[in-house]
Structures are given as C-alpha cells and as structure tokens.
Design a protein around this ligand. Sequence first.
Ligand code: FAD
Length: 443
Amino acid sequence: MRPSAYDALIIGGGPGGSTAATFLARAGRRVLVLEKERFPRFHIGESLLPYNRVIFEELGVLATLQAQGLITKTGAQFHLGNGSKSLYLVFRNGRYTREPEAFQVERSTFDHVLLKHAAVSGAEVREGWTVSRFTADDTGVTIEARSDTGEQQTFRGAFLIDASGRGNLTGNQERIREIHPKLKKLAVFGHFADVRLDEGEKAGDTVIIRLENKWFWIIPLSAEKTSVGCVMDQEEYAQAGETPTEIFTRLWQSSQTLRERMRNARLLGAMHTTSDFSYRNRTYVGKRLLRVGDAAGFMDPIFSAGVYLACYSARMAARIVDESLRNGTDGNVALLRYDRRIQRAMRTYWEMVEGFYTTPFMEVFMSPRHKLSIPAAVTAVLGGELEGGWKIRWRMRLFFWLVKLQRHFPLLPRISFCPTMNRRTAEIGEPAMPLVGDDVRSL
Ligand SMILES: Cc1cc2nc3c(=O)[nH]c(=O)nc-3n(C[C@H](O)[C@H](O)[C@H](O)COP(=O)(O)OP(=O)(O)OC[C@H]3O[C@@H](n4cnc5c(N)ncnc54)[C@H](O)[C@@H]3O)c2cc1C
C-alpha cells in the first residue's frame, strides 16, 4: 500500500460517519471523511433515543450537546387519531432501561456539532466532496471523489466505512439494495410554530398519532419550533393529486387529536416530502468494507431509531477496523461478526415497524399488561437497549406471540381508527382498561 494511505476512509459526515471518524481518530488512526454537502445543512431525523447519550459520552461530545440547550425527551406518547386510546411511555420507568432521557435535535446544528467534533478529535474532514466509486483489493480500498470546486482525486485506505446514508453509495454500486415490498411510504413534513404541546415534563415528548394506514409525528425542537410530519402510503399520496400542504392539512384536520394540537399552528418555511426510505442492503460488509447507519439499511422512522442505529453501528465498525489494523489482518472474520450483530440490531426495530402497521400489534401495544414485565422489555428496546440479554429477548418473543394470538382471538380490546369514535365510546367498551393517564406512564 502507498505510504500516504489512510487507515480508514469514510463516505459521509452524518451521525454515522462522524461517530466512526471520532472513535477511530481517538484511537490514533489516520481517518479521512468525505462529505458531499457543506454543513450546516437540513436533514430529517430529529428525535433521538436515550441510549444515544451513552455513545455521545464515549465520543466526548455529550457536554457540548448539553450546552446547546436541547429539549429533553423523557418519553414518547402514542395516540389513536380519533382520541379513543393513548399510551404514555416513560423511559425512566422501564425496569430494564438504564437511560432515562434523550434529546430532540435540529439536525442542521446537531450534525455539524458531531462533524466538527470528529475534526477536533483528529479526523481529516473534507466537506463539498462527493464520492462516486470504490474498488477493493486484498490490501485496501480506493475511492474516487470530486469536490464542488471541480477537483477530482482518488484516495486510498486500508478500510472503507460507508456512511453515505440513503445515498447508499456502495450498496447501489453493488446492486444489493432491497426495497421493503410492503412499506412503500412517503413522508410530508415541516417545521411549525404554535403547536400545542403538553405541560411540564411531557412537553419534550415525541408524540405519535396513529390514523388508519398512516401516522403523524410531533417533535418539539425549541420553544418556537416543532417538527410535524405525516408518513403515508405513496399510492395514497399519488392518488390524492394534492400539494404537500393540502394533503397534510386535510389529514390533520380529519383527526380529533391532531386538531387539538395543530389548530393554531403556523408553517415556518417550506413543506418537504421524501419517499422510498424502507430498504436494506443484502449484506452490510464487503472486502475491507463496512456499511453503517442508513447506508446499511433503514425502515420507517416510527420508533426514532435511525440516528441511534447509525451511531451504534458506527461505534462497532470503528472498533472492528481498529482491531483489524492492530492485528494486521483484512478483518474478514470480524467483519462477519459485525454483519451478524448489526443485522440483528436493525431487525429488532424492523419487526416493531412491520407490526406497527397492523391492527393486532397496535391492540397489544396500546394495552400494556404488566404481567411478566413484557411492557418493560418493549420500553427498553424502544429506548435503545440492544444488549439487555435473554431477559429482554424472551419477553419480546412473547410480545410478538401475543400479537399473533390477538390476530385470531381478541385477548385485548379491539381498537378502531374510525374518525368519529371518541374516548368515551372506548371507555364504555373497555371498562377494565386504564386509558390515558399517568398510571399508564409506568410502562
Ligand atoms: C421521514 C423521516 C423521519 C425520520 N425521523 C427520525 C427520527 O425522528 N429519529 C431518528 O433517529 N431518525 C429518524 N429518521 C432516520 C434518520 O434520518 C437516519 O436514520 C439518520 O440520519 C442516519 O444517519 P447516517 O449517518 O447513517 O446518514 P445521514 O444522516 O443521511 O448522513 C449521510 C451523509 O452522507 C452524505 N453523502 C451521501 N452520499 C455521499 C457521497 N456519495 N459522497 C459523500 N458524502 C455523501 C450526505 O450528504 C449525508 O450528510 C427519519 C428518516 C425519515 C426518512
């Protein structure tokens, strides 16, 4: 290998790329990050999970993030759009959850903080550089890139970490990207002022409102700004033939729960749309190559796990690259370990996402029964606990087994997405069920 080669080349300076770069640079490795945009830039993905804080602490960036005065998220709320049922999930109360709170972030600033931190930690960061191709051989990897000023250059490194997000550079080049056949979704979203939030600690919660075949998120970003978005079928959007603002407004107006929160909302800036975000690559590794975060795969933002999975996979990728360099190997065996572990981590959330779009899953999820601490295991996973061991895994299997049973036998009260149903109707139908309220916060 040529002497000027890097230990690791990283494509993309989002949370995945910055995390891998910082860990490697702090381990004394020579790292180059190529990011096609110039930061700060807009990005969607604003609600983080509690376990992300552990990684921020290990990166040495937690104090810097805390100094930004970010909104603290201590829980997540799930409501049916007709107001008939709600669930408050509080991370602090999950018996298996070690992390009680997370941040809500504006990604333009947040991603910039992480990328600057990677540079301060010793990584070479070049913004405005787009990677177009890679080739790998027995001794390393070569990438071709072009700067936004027209300069063309090739770079050589011992390992390549693809953190190109949905750009999915290496997966696209190898044609191994698979789109989820059932989750052909589209998101319409924007930033708003004057959205009604809850009082006190719950003011920082992520609020999810589930309508039939679609859902809304409400994520408070600051005292003046709240992110609100809707995820729906691409087909429904295309058939409606409306502008993003028209369809978005019509949908929130159809829901009692959303009307209560959006009545006085004012759009700040433009509405955005994005689609085709549920996919994965068949493998997350290749010769001297590791894919992290969205460059490995992503499936629907419902449980806000994207940034966490990007940081989680990037931390492990950095460890494997460092270990392989130390041992002087091509990392082959360790790369397979990475593939297995990250596939398993991502599957955990994907199974929840696939369930979320089915009614039996919603019926079990929205009616937590505390027997056997199944809700506590679900809370831990939704907080980002991926290494909690068997005590969580068997409870999650039992949870999905209950969902299967619910499909055929109504163990738990049926739910309805009918827009005219109100909470009172549901209470009459379900006298033994605690509906909304602080008693359910102990999930
Ligand atoms: C509608 C929607 C809502 C979401 N909401 C949430 C949420 O609330 N919480 C959450 O955690 N996640 C959410 N996500 C997911 C989240 O956005 C991603 O999972 C997260 O950003 C992944 O981080 P990453 O570093 O892998 O990729 P990214 O953050 O996308 O970073 C990739 C970077 O690579 C750069 N790049 C791409 N191609 C190239 C190239 N060829 N050369 C050089 N650079 C390149 C890009 O410019 C970008 O900066 C949401 C996603 C969608 C679609």
